[in-house]
Design a binder for this molecule. Structure first.
Ligand SMILES: NC(=O)C1=CN([C@@H]2O[C@H](COP(=O)(O)OP(=O)(O)OC[C@H]3O[C@@H](n4cnc5c(N)ncnc54)[C@H](O)[C@@H]3O)[C@@H](O)[C@H]2O)C=CC1
Ligand SMILES: CC(C)CCC[C@@H](C)[C@H]1CC[C@H]2[C@@H]3[C@H](O)CC4=CC(=O)CC[C@]4(C)[C@H]3CC[C@]12C
Length: 369
């Protein structure tokens, strides 16, 4: 960027800015992006915490809107320099219909891309997911893989299908001429399972453990490893990627990056115990207490119950064939691509990430928040 433009203040738009990850991205931008002039936070549901941000030096604009509505997205994007698109329907439990998941995740992303093109917005960072790669329907392990590791990415579930298609749209849009004639520069970040302050499922496990007298029962073998990444580091990676897209357009444009940090590789349940243990819970069983075939049966039963009860109520438990397959398949990443391409280093050590998450579980886990 030319010297004269160094002082230029930029307008950022964060879609899904009131979600679990989005809130961390918003706060990280305010703390760590010196060129930020205005921050637009676009979400279907605006959080009350946004009010406190409006008193700071950066102009924070809250926009209640729906990414499936092209005109709402276009209005929010108008005049923005950078878009960080984290909005998405994260549903692997059958709460929403496949059509709705597609509309939000795919059509919503299409609307964001078109709005960038129409408005001359050149930089777009998309929150993708490890799920666009796997685990696949065959349950093949992905062990310490990187962005170039060959893997048969075959999906049937609406969530990974939608994320894969949306990611493809974003990467495909790289290089398109935006209004004014300059090229759009895009990249996609693929977090593995995110944890940290605000993680709903962690809180659900904590509450379930409290209800069961301080115990959780092992369901998945300890040998099945999951990649997990701290939300603060995922947010930092978004901020850094967005910042560097302009300077490193040729290198970063059209690229995908797994999100990673120093969090240890462990099974899903053992990893959760890193936080729930210090909060007083105990994981019972060195091996799964329930045989795998019974879990498969219960998962299938849950699908049937969900279908039967649908006219009366929404029955959407954590266990279903898809979540069981994901939980029971090793998926870990080992890469330094983000470091090589845009200088990413985790901002939070594993110790910091762990402590922050424990404090959050202790503070809010038992409350109705
Ligand atoms: N939670 C995780 O472990 C992972 C999440 N991701 C991705 O990260 C992104 C953020 O996920 P989370 O923060 O976990 O989910 P979240 O559900 O907490 O946040 C998503 C946000 O998007 C908003 N949103 C949903 N539909 C919308 C619409 N039609 N218009 C405008 N806003 C809408 C929601 O209101 C919410 O605030 C998603 O794109 C998700 O696919 C990727 C990998 C792992
Ligand atoms: C006792 C059960 C078998 C345990 C159920 C645990 C599951 C609910 C979760 C295990 C793995 C999680 C997924 C994983 O972290 C990858 C994800 C990436 C995303 O982009 C969205 C969320 C998720 C699919 C996440 C969802 C919960 C699990 C399936």
């Amino acid at each position: 960027m030319a010297d004269s433009a160094q002082a230029q203040k930029l307008v950022y738009l964060v879609t899904g800015g009131c979600g679990f990850l989005g809130e961390h991205v918003v706060r990280m931008l305010l703390q760590r992006e010196p060129r930020l002039g205005e921050l637009r936070v676009f979400d279907l549901h605006l959080g009350p915490w946004l009010e406190e941000l409006k008193t700071g030096p950066v102009r924070v604009t809250a926009i209640q809107g729906d990414v499936t509505q092209a005109h709402e997205v276009a209005a929010a994007v108008a005049g923005a320099h950078v878009v960080i698109h984290t909005a998405g329907l994260v549903d692997v439990f059958g709460r929403a219909s496949p059509k709705t998941i597609h509309e939000v995740n795919v059509q919503g992303t299409r609307n964001v891309i078109e709005a960038c093109v129409q408005n001359g917005t050149r930089f777009l960072v998309y929150t993708s997911s490890m799920e666009v790669v796997g685990p696949n329907t065959k349950g093949h392990p992905f062990y310490r893989g990187n962005e170039d590791t060959p893997y048969e990415a075959v999906h049937r579930h609406p969530y990974p299908c939608s994320k894969a298609l949306a990611e493809w749209l974003v990467l495909e849009a790289n290089g398109r001429k935006v209004c004014g004639g300059l090229p759009l520069v895009t990249c996609a970040l693929r977090p593995t399972g995110i944890y940290g302050e605000g993680h709903q499922i962690m809180r659900d496990f904590y509450r379930q453990g409290l209800r069961l007298g301080g115990r959780l029962f092992r369901a998945i073998p300890a040998s099945v490893e999951h990649g997990r990444v701290y939300v603060g580091n995922v947010a930092w990676m978004h901020v850094l990627a967005a910042r560097e897209l302009e300077q490193r357009a040729a290198l970063m444009g059209g690229q995908v990056y797994f999100c990673y940090d120093g969090s240890p590789y462990k099974s899903y349940e053992d990893f959760n115990m890193e936080f729930l243990g210090p909060c007083g819970l105990r994981l019972v069983g060195a091996r799964p207490l329930v045989p795998y075939w019974l879990l498969v049966f219960l998962a299938a039963l849950n699908v049937l119950l969900q279908w039967l009860l649908r006219p009366l109520l929404l029955y959407a438990p954590l266990l279903n064939p898809y979540t069981l397959a994901v939980a029971n398949t090793t998926f870990t990443v080992s890469t330094d691509k983000a470091q090589r391409h845009f200088g990413y280093e985790p901002l939070f050590s594993w110790e910091d990430s762990r402590t922050r998450t424990i404090l959050w579980v202790q503070a809010t886990g038992g409350s109705a928040q």
